[in-house]
Design a protein around this ligand. Structure first.
Ligand SMILES: Cc1cc2nc3c(=O)[nH]c(=O)nc-3n(C[C@H](O)[C@H](O)[C@H](O)COP(=O)(O)OP(=O)(O)OC[C@H]3O[C@@H](n4cnc5c(N)ncnc54)[C@H](O)[C@@H]3O)c2cc1C
Length: 493
């Protein structure tokens, strides 16, 4: 007898596949109701794929085609950010964006964008050259005018995904990582059997938030019902440069070129941690795991960015990376319920981060068809705030360290991160279990040395906290362990 015949499968009202920002937002939104919920991801942590490699902009919504799902979700999602980030203690800065017109043709594009913004219900203003340069003196003197969108912001996307998942777990959602969904089959009683790399579950509703792989999952689930479906996601790569934090006044807004057919164009933006981000490119690739950057593309990215901000200090570049947009062949977000109990969140390319909170509300509306929703009176929307030592005033910091000595032991000097903050990131619900997980949550390794100095200490703290050997601590996922074997001891080992 196999396991499925021996014992009843574990059952959930809802199973959410994919713990990127979309799946995590859905899990938290559904946790407001009395439901048993399972959030699954095949990676070792939440938010490791597209949700970890994007521009981190909370778009205002002036750009998507009026009436489209993208426009609706973008604008609704943007409005939900300030309150949600307050509840979850997530870094958000509503710094506004400037879309620059450099030639005459681009000035005309700004007028079109302003008209779109009005249709989408997004406040914007066209600023004169003099006003743009007054606000941003480091922009190109060739700028003719700019579209100012005051409701655009920047967010920490890693922190947002972790915080949504953590709050969902705090409110009763079960999170299982390193578990890949391999099959979704309808059962005769109308439920689904969800087979994974580790076992199987039964659920009344399956939410497909599998990002780049959501097309495969959706097509296969519908094929199990004898239906053919043709969802198709093509990854479109975006490559970036990250600059160290240097002058906080160098650029104050998110600076965009005018959008092109391929997307929003190149941007130069501060991040919530005072770094600067330049990018992204927009090229289709055939592979959903192709995150490589190339010198040629990055050279084009830099040249385009220098047209906006000629004096970008290239010596401040500390890193490059790429993310893959999950572009569905229709070019639009797909939020549908093609069969009872199956909800697809597909093709959630940019502005998906911004739209995430609104998409989660759409799922609440759709899932009512499959599962009765009754408010959970114990739902707590707040996450315990993090101690952020680097931002404390010197006297407060000294007082805090006196009471909590581990916060006085600095592990990452580039980003000013203490052992206490790292331990907290590991011990929280949905805590870090990998070096990258610690980095995403509290930033050791994000600075100029890129982990060269702090990584061994992070490995040691993870090993101690998780009760494992240092050789068992992975960078990202099983098989990416950093230390190969113990060859001797040093005094501080
Ligand atoms: C270059 C670039 C720039 C962007 N810039 C912005 C921006 O500035 N602002 C904005 O609003 N949006 C932006 N976006 C879009 C935004 O990043 C995405 O819309 C968002 O991150 C999508 O989240 P997701 O949860 O759908 O996908 P992901 O984060 O990829 O999560 C999907 C998850 O599903 C898991 N998974 C897949 N298959 C399975 C399976 N079979 N079993 C279990 N788990 C599975 C994966 O491991 C993954 O963790 C950008 C995207 C890119 C690529």
């Amino acid at each position: 007898m196999n396991r499925t015949q021996e014992q009843p499968l574990e059952s959930f009202d809802g199973v959410i596949v994919g713990a990127g920002v979309i799946g995590a937002a859905v899990a938290r939104a559904l946790a407001r109701y009395r439901l048993s919920l399972l959030l699954l991801d095949r990676e070792s942590d939440v938010g490791t794929v597209t949700s970890a490699a994007n521009s981190a902009i909370v778009h205002s919504g002036y750009d998507p085609v009026p009436g489209s799902l993208k426009a609706k979700m973008n604008v609704a999602g943007n409005r939900l950010f300030p309150e949600t980030c307050r509840q979850l203690d997530v870094d958000l800065k509503m710094i506004g964006s400037l879309t620059l017109a450099i030639g005459d043709e681009e000035v005309a594009v700004l007028d079109e964008l302003a008209a779109r913004a009005a249709q989408n219900g997004v406040p914007v203003e066209i600023l004169s050259r003099a006003e743009v340069l007054r606000r941003e003196p480091n922009l190109t003197p060739e700028v003719r005018a700019a579209l100012f969108a005051p409701t655009a912001g920047i967010v920490n996307p890693f922190e947002l995904t972790v915080a949504l998942a953590e709050n969902a777990v705090q409110n009763g959602v079960t999170l299982r990582l390193n578990e890949e969904v391999t099959r979704v089959a309808p059962a005769p009683d109308g439920w689904y059997t969800v087979t994974t790399s580790r076992g199987a579950y039964r659920t009344r509703a399956l939410v497909n938030a599998a990002g780049l792989h959501a097309d495969t999952l959706a097509n296969a689930a519908l094929a199990e019902r004898g239906r053919s479906a043709d969802y198709e996601i093509r990854p479109r790569k975006g490559e970036y440069f990250v600059l160290d934090h240097f002058d906080p006044e160098f650029i104050r807004h998110t600076i965009f070129t005018v959008p092109t057919q391929k997307g929003k164009g190149i941007l130069v933006t501060p991040t919530t941690h005072g770094n600067y981000l330049i990018g992204p490119s927009a090229e289709f690739t055939d592979r959903k795991d192709n995150f490589a950057t190339t010198d040629e593309t990055l050279a084009r990215v830099l040249a385009s960015a220098q047209k906006l901000v000629p004096s970008i200090p290239t010596r401040q570049i500390i890193r490059q990376f790429a993310g893959l947009r999950a572009v569905e062949k229709r070019g639009e977000f797909v939020i549908d319920r093609p069969a009872p109990g199956l909800i697809n969140l597909l093709g959630i390319q940019s502005p998906g981060l911004t739209a995430s909170l609104a998409i989660a509300e759409e799922v609440v509306n759709l899932i009512r068809n499959d599962v009765p929703l009754e408010e959970n009176p114990d739902f707590d929307p707040r996450r315990r705030p993090r101690v952020r030592l680097a931002r404390m005033a010197p006297l407060d910091r000294a007082a805090y360290v006196a009471e909590h000595p581990s916060f006085g032991r600095i592990v990452c000097r580039c980003e000013d991160v203490s052992e206490g903050e790292i331990v907290d990131a590991i011990r929280r619900p949905c805590g870090a279990t990998t070096v990258d997980g610690v980095k995403k949550r509290v930033r050791p390794g994000f600075g100029k040395c890129q982990g060269g100095f702090c990584q061994p200490q992070v490995v040691r703290i993870l090993a101690r906290e998780l009760g494992r050997k240092p050789e068992e601590i992975p960078l990202k996922s099983p098989g990416t362990e950093i230390l190969l074997e113990r060859i001797g001891e040093t005094d501080d080992a």
